[in-house]
Design a protein around this ligand. Structure first.
Ligand SMILES: [Zn+2]
Length: 188
């Protein structure tokens, strides 16, 4: 089960996906809302927090969550967590094995997480339901972003079932097509 702690939250925040299962994990923390209370409401304590990247809207609640639940924090940026994520690494999240895909272009430390077996992808700020991550911030680069979207599209193929972006709604209706559309839009 995947639950977005930021559902119904009306502040400047990313999504924050709490994944239940053998390895209860939070993908991104969100910002500017009480994520500890949101976790407690759901009754699932995250053992781990995995960061898609370290923009403030994705990590703002990290301090409070660390204090409350003492999770292991994993990020591509070696200075951001307790452990470093590497491209191609396998990572248990919930009940499934995810692959770490290094996908820069929006930010230098950006990763997507993909579980082939159930066909689930956490996309951070690479692609959204209708669009792609901004590239006008520091470390942003459009050509690199396009390469990363192509890489994600190649990896997930046509069989993706759930796409969970860092902002906006999750996509279950043709998520592979959503990634391809983002790639076309980012080229314009
Ligand atoms: Zn971002």
């Amino acid at each position: 089960m995947i639950s977005n702690l930021a559902d119904g939250v009306d502040t400047f925040t990313s999504n924050a996906f709490l994944v239940a299962g053998d390895r209860p994990t939070l993908v991104d923390t969100g910002a500017n809302f009480d994520a500890v209370a949101a976790v407690e409401e759901r009754g699932i304590e995250p053992e781990r927090i995995v960061l898609t990247h370290t923009h403030p809207d994705h990590v703002g609640n990290l301090g409070a969550l660390r204090e409350a639940f003492d999770p292991e924090v994993l990020a591509y940026d070696p200075d951001a967590g307790d452990g470093e994520l590497d491209d191609g690494e396998a990572l248990a999240i919930g009940d499934h094995d995810y692959e770490v895909l290094y996908t820069p272009g929006h930010k230098d430390d950006h990763v997507c997480l993909y579980a082939p077996k159930p066909g689930i992808c956490f996309a951070g700020d690479l692609v959204f339901e209708r669009g792609f991550g901004r590239t006008d911030l520091p470390e942003g680069d459009r050509a690199t972003l396009v390469e990363s979207i192509d890489r994600l599209a190649d990896r997930v193929g046509p069989d993706l079932r759930e796409l969970h972006p860092g902002h906006g709604p999750s996509v279950t209706d043709d998520p592979s097509g959503t990634i391809e559309l983002a790639g076309r839009m980012a080229r314009q």
